[in-house]
Every structure is written in C-alpha cells, then in structure tokens.
Design a protein around this ligand. Structure first.
Ligand SMILES: [Zn+2]
Length: 497
C-alpha cells in the first residue's frame, strides 16, 4: 500500500513519518491520514494492536438535541465489547457528518471479530469490537498490544462505506454548486440512515428551476468524471478558524472538531469545483455518481430562523430509491387496473368519486331521517301525556351519531313547541367487536327528563356523554348486546315519570 498517491497528496514530508506502516508498529496513525482516508477503496490491511481496554458504556445522554441527531446511525454497543487502537485501519471512524464504518478483525488463530463501530478519541481511531461469548478477559488477551491482526471491510461493511462515500462526495458537489451558482450557504447536512434521501440545509427554499439547474450542472461534472484528491499537511494551530457564523448567529458548515488532536490538516479537492476541509472518505472521481436531487425543498421553521432542506440521492442508494418507488407505483397501478402514467389521474378520479359518494350518502341519510321522524310523529298521535319512545338502529357509518341528530332535529321540527315527548335513539355497528362505538341521542320536551335518562345511561350501562337542556348524546364502547342492553334502556325510559 502506498502512502502517497495522486489521490492522496502529502504536502509536508513530516507527515510521512506519522503513518505507521513500518515494521516497528508502536503507535496509532492519527485520524486524518488513516489508510481509509489515504485509499478509500482499500478493503483490508495488516495492522498491530496498540492498545486494548474493556468497553465502558457512556453515561446516559441528557436531553441534548444535538446528541440525539447524531445518534441516527449510531449502533447500540453491547456490554460485552472491547475498545481497540490499531497501528492503522481501513475502518473509518465517524466524522465530518459521515457515520462510522463497520467491519471485521481477524486474529492470527483465524477468529473473526465484528467491529460494531469506530470512533475518534482525540486523534486516535478506536474500534468497538464485540465479544460474542462475553469473555472479555480472554478477548483482551487475544488483542494484547503488539499482536498482529487483519482489519477488513467485509462485504456488508464495504457496501455501507461505498454508500456513505457516494453521498458524502455528492454533498461536497451539491454544496459547492449551491454556493458558487446561487450564493446559498450550506448550514448543515445529514447523511441519513439507508435508504432515505440525504439532505443539505440552506437558508431559503429553492424554485424548481433552480433545483433543476443545480442538478444539470452537477450531472455535467459527473459526466466529465472530475477527479478528486486529498491534500494533507500538519495542522498549524494558529490557522484554525472557527466555523463561519451568519448574521442570525447560525453556524455555517462544520469547523474542525474542538477535541481533535490528530494534528493533520486535510483538504478534499474536486478538481476545478471545490476545496473543502474534511476528514471523510471520498470517491476518487465523480464518475458514476448519478446524482439526483429531489425536485422540491421542505421548509422548516426553527425559532427565528428559516431553513429549507434540499434532498439528494446518488449511487446505489439512488438505485434502491428508484426500485422501491417504482414498485410502489406499480402495485398502485395494479390495484387501479391502469398503466403507470395514468396513476395520478386515476387516484384523483377515485378521490373525486369518493367525495361525491359521501355527499350523496349524507343527502340520503338526511332524507331517511325525515321519514323516521315522520313515523315517530305518527306513533305520537293520540298519546295522552308524555310520548316516550326508544328506537335502536344498526348503522356501519362512522357518522352514525349524525343520523340520530338529524332524526331528532326533524322530529322536534315536526312535533312543534306544544308537544310533550321523551325519545331515546341508539345506534350500533353490525359487526360484533370490543372496539365498537355505540352511540346515543336523547331528546325531550322537558330538560329534567332528558337529564334523568342521561344519568340512567351513565349508571346502568356505563355510557359516557353529556348534554345541555333538551338534548343529550353519549357513547358506549364494546359489543352491543341485543336483548340485554336495549332492555336496560327501556327500563331507564320507563323509570322516568
Ligand atoms: Zn465533508
């Protein structure tokens, strides 16, 4: 493995000695010039264990939203794990918005150990290694300082890394174009969990034309296969600038992490397009990036500042997105029995038809309510004193109570102010389930009678409800027991007067 290549350019000779590639491997190559950062497509490497300690879980995180955001892709580390520092590694420790790699380490006896994540501690990459049998003491012996191991990105680890590299490089390209073409700063970005689209946050929304222009421009550079390289030199503490701040006080992009002690200044260059300090692993070329930007921005309002998100996809994640989007569209088309291009039109048609049907049902229910009310009026003829009646309906409509209300209103209108009556209406769905909602509506010419019925429904049946004056409505959840519940309602009604 070469230390310096056309991709990885070491600007100062001192740095070459920092890379621990010789026979006497007694220290860790600092983060900034790790093998994964020098050769992003390298999948395995022989290394020496520098230190190994038992893993101690961090104290529970506070309600810090910043930590919560970072944790999106962070795995849960089990109790039985050890932390390893190696002379060098192909497993990238999280940083610069790029999540940690996962991989494997093979010890001399052929045992394969899973690396759950790698993190930067100061300037050192620490591997979190799972100890499957829980024997941490034996694991520490297997990884005694000085022991030779092979550290590797297995197939799953490499696919994960390739996805991260594709999207990280895409982000540099998108941010550079937004800055140079539209003067839009990237406030932050997120490499979201696979397979969701990633996004950059920018100070305002973008028009469809602007998005399309940025996408065309990006893909023109992808087509040209612009080369990418990395320049490294020692970090001059004097030259460290804090991340730029906007007038609103919001920080733009990311500065060097305050706890970084690796001492390497690293700049990622896309030829003729962008120079950006970054610790991430980047593709050697824009070739085959297949960048796609979702043609809209989402506005987020956060306290006093407005922020918009522009989503993008590239490489294997873009293909996965297209496959899943296509399969969802195809299954929708199959349900609608139409071709893919006709889906929006057919869905619109169904929505319109549904609205019409709902309106027609409401009209018919209103008409029906008048007939039921007229029947009640006929029953009331010739009755001396208070006309009392209980009527139960079976109705699967989610708005069954509206029908009862309509019957009551129609009845009250027809009966006139002189009539004396007390009517209980109830309605239950045809299916017998514990989650059924059975509804009640009570109407009367005397508010005291209405209240008595309401109280009876509450105490004898457990109906929850309430009312005012001449009306009461309530609800009873559960199976409606014909021959029992209706008899109780009859008794409640008889008990009044
Ligand atoms: Zn970066």
């Amino acid at each position: 493995m070469s230390i310096e290549t056309n991709y990885h350019r070491i600007l100062s000779p001192v740095l070459r000695d920092w890379i621990n590639s010789g026979d006497e491997k007694s220290y860790s190559t600092p983060v900034g010039i790790l093998a994964c950062q020098r050769e992003p497509l390298l999948r395995q490497l022989n290394a020496t264990v520098i230190s190994s300690v038992t893993y101690s879980p961090p104290l529970p995180a506070g309600k810090n939203a910043k930590n919560a955001k970072k944790a999106v892709l962070a795995p849960t580390i089990p109790q039985d794990a050890i932390c390893l520092a190696l002379s060098d590694t192909v497993i990238f420790p999280e940083g610069g918005g790029q999540p940690s790699d996962t991989g494997i380490i093979t010890t001399a006896d052929g045992t394969v150990w899973n690396v759950l994540q790698a993190k930067r501690h100061g300037g050192q990459a620490i591997h979190y290694v799972h100890v499957p049998d829980g024997n941490v003491e034996a694991a520490l012996l297997a990884f005694y300082p000085g022991v030779k191991v092979r550290v590797e990105l297995d197939q799953a680890g490499f696919e994960r890394r390739y996805d991260h590299m594709t999207l990280h490089t895409s982000q540099h390209l998108v941010s550079a174009l937004l800055e140079t073409r539209l003067r839009l700063s990237t406030l932050s970005w997120s490499l979201t969990s696979y397979p969701a689209p990633c996004y950059v946050e920018i100070p305002r929304g973008m028009t469809a034309e602007e998005i399309s222009m940025i996408q065309d421009e990006a893909n023109r550079l992808v087509f040209q296969g612009k080369q990418i390289h990395v320049e490294v030199e020692e970090l001059d503490p004097q030259s460290i600038k804090p991340a730029e701040k906007l007038e609103s006080g919001r920080t733009v992009g990311r500065g060097l992490p305050e706890d970084y002690t690796g001492g390497v200044n690293r700049v990622v260059v896309i030829d003729g397009v962008d120079r950006n300090p970054c610790c991430g692993t980047h593709l050697p070329s824009l070739n085959n990036l297949q960048l796609f930007i979702l043609p809209h921005t989402d506005a987020l309002s956060r306290s006093s500042t407005t922020v918009a998100r522009l989503y993008f996809l590239a490489g294997p994640r873009l293909i996965a997105h297209l496959v899943s989007t296509h399969s969802r569209l195809a299954s929708t088309a199959a349900i609608l029995s139409c071709g893919l291009p006709q889906v929006p039109e057919r869905v619109q048609q169904f929505v319109d038809e549904r609205k019409n049907a709902t309106r027609r049902i409401e009209d018919v229910e209103l008409e029906l309510a008048k007939y039921i009310a007229a029947d009640l009026i006929r029953d009331m003829q010739g009755v001396s004193g208070v006309f009392k009646k209980y009527l139960h309906r079976t109705d699967d409509s989610p708005s069954a109570l509206n029908v009862l209300t309509a019957i009551s209103s129609a009845f009250a209108g027809m009966a006139g102010a002189e009539a004396s009556y007390l009517i209980v209406l109830s309605s239950s769905p045809s299916a017998q389930t514990q989650t059924n909602s059975n509804v009640f509506f009570v109407i009367g010419s005397d508010d005291k009678h209405v209240k008595l019925v309401g109280d009876g429904l509450k105490t004898k049946l457990g109906v929850k409800g309430g009312g005012k004056g001449l009306k009461y409505s309530g609800k009873l959840v559960g199976v409606w027991k014909t021959g029992k519940d209706d008899v109780i309602v009859d008794e409640i009604l008889s008990a009044v007067l």
